[in-house]
Design a protein around this ligand. Structure first.
Ligand SMILES: NC(=O)c1ccc[n+]([C@@H]2O[C@H](COP(=O)([O-])OP(=O)(O)OC[C@H]3O[C@@H](n4cnc5c(N)ncnc54)[C@H](OP(=O)(O)O)[C@@H]3O)[C@@H](O)[C@H]2O)c1
Length: 311
């Protein structure tokens, strides 16, 4: 029997339980993967928090949208975006559902070859935040000569966005807490502390102005400051904000309409990681059965980088 972590009810991490389940034999267009590492993301916590409703019919909630592992069985028509998949291949799985498991059967369309030099933890934590960052940069059209204001720069999405934006020739001013500003600088951005006075601090750091903004923090401050500093509202995007975004006419991405762009980002991201150009810091690893502890740590004030579960 395979094992997976599910949320048996709505609420906090004490709702998580490790249960046995059957990872079925792969059918046409499917493969089975023995997972080596699983990325932990804020969405995983939100999915059973009640933020998206508390319908008892949706229990148990399956968790986990990205992972990496070794193919252990293939169905027919096992052609992935990176070619034909065979038993023994080292792969990344994204996008996925229910990947907090030691074994999963998934559509081959979500399976891509893992670059050989990339560690399991990094491969498992690369694509969800990376594709989100890639999509937001495309959405606001970041390119050479831009000055990008990035809220939540020390986070998983922010860390990827800094590296990708700098690679596109942009200057990045990134908000972070005092303890994470050196990390943001190491990634290539100009760090700035969030909180009262942010507009003036950004103006001082970017005297020629800010041309685009990405909000990965989800605060009203991030939206208000972006709206004050960026001349074109269409060059501001949020992935985390609530209704205040609509009030300001700021675009939010991340729904089903974002899927094609994020799927298309997978190959360039894997290539950049394989070349060592795009890095992912690992903040902590946990045994699969300690998913609740990983969620408590992610919800608190945590060091920058990804949390990863190891089955
Ligand atoms: N819509 C989508 O498609 C999509 C996709 C991925 C993620 N998300 C959402 O985007 C957000 C970021 O995801 P993530 O994986 O990057 O999370 P993360 O790694 O936990 O990063 C969140 C960052 O927010 C910063 N932060 C905390 N309080 C802040 C404040 N008051 N002002 C400014 N920044 C603050 C933190 O920086 P310090 O620790 O330095 O304070 C932290 O680095 C989450 O809400 C997540 O659910 C949305």
């Amino acid at each position: 029997m395979a094992r997976r972590v599910v949320a048996q009810g709505y609420g906090g991490p004490d709702q998580l339980a490790l249960v046995e389940y059957d990872a079925p034999d792969p059918g046409p267009g499917e493969v089975r993967v023995d997972l080596r590492a699983i990325g932990v993301n804020p969405f995983d916590l939100k999915s059973y928090s009640g933020a998206f409703g508390t319908d008892p019919g949706n229990l148990p909630v399956l968790l986990g949208g990205e992972a990496a592992g070794v193919v252990s069985a293939v169905g027919t028509e096992a052609n992935s975006p990176t070619g034909l998949v065979a038993v023994g291949d080292e792969v990344v799985v994204f996008p996925g559902r229910g990947l907090y498991a030691d074994q999963v059967t998934v559509p081959v369309s979500s399976v891509l070859a893992k670059p050989s030099g990339v560690a399991w933890e990094v491969a498992a934590g690369l694509l969800l935040a990376g594709a989100t960052a890639f999509d937001t940069l495309d959405t606001v059209g970041v390119g050479p000569g831009d000055t990008l204001l990035l809220h939540g720069a020390s986070g998983a999405v922010g860390s990827a966005a800094i590296q990708l934006a700098v690679g596109r020739g942009a200057t990045v001013v990134g908000t972070a807490s005092a303890e994470n500003q050196e990390y943001v600088r190491e990634l290539g951005a100009i760090p700035v502390g969030y909180g009262p006075g942010l507009v003036d601090r950004v103006r001082a750091l970017a005297p020629d102005g800010v041309s685009a903004a990405i909000d990965a923090a989800g605060t009203d401050e991030a939206l208000d400051v972006s709206a004050q500093l960026v001349p074109e509202r269409g060059r501001i995007v949020t992935i985390a904000a609530g209704p205040h975004a609509e009030e300001l006419g700021i675009r939010r991405v991340g729904g089903p309409e974002s899927r094609p762009a994020r799927d298309a980002a997978r190959l360039p991201l894997l290539e950049l990681a394989g070349d060592g150009v795009l890095t992912v810091r690992i903040a902590g690893t946990y045994p699969l059965e300690d998913a609740a502890r990983a969620h408590r740590d992610l919800a608190g004030s945590h060091p920058p980088g990804k949390f990863v579960l190891l089955p």
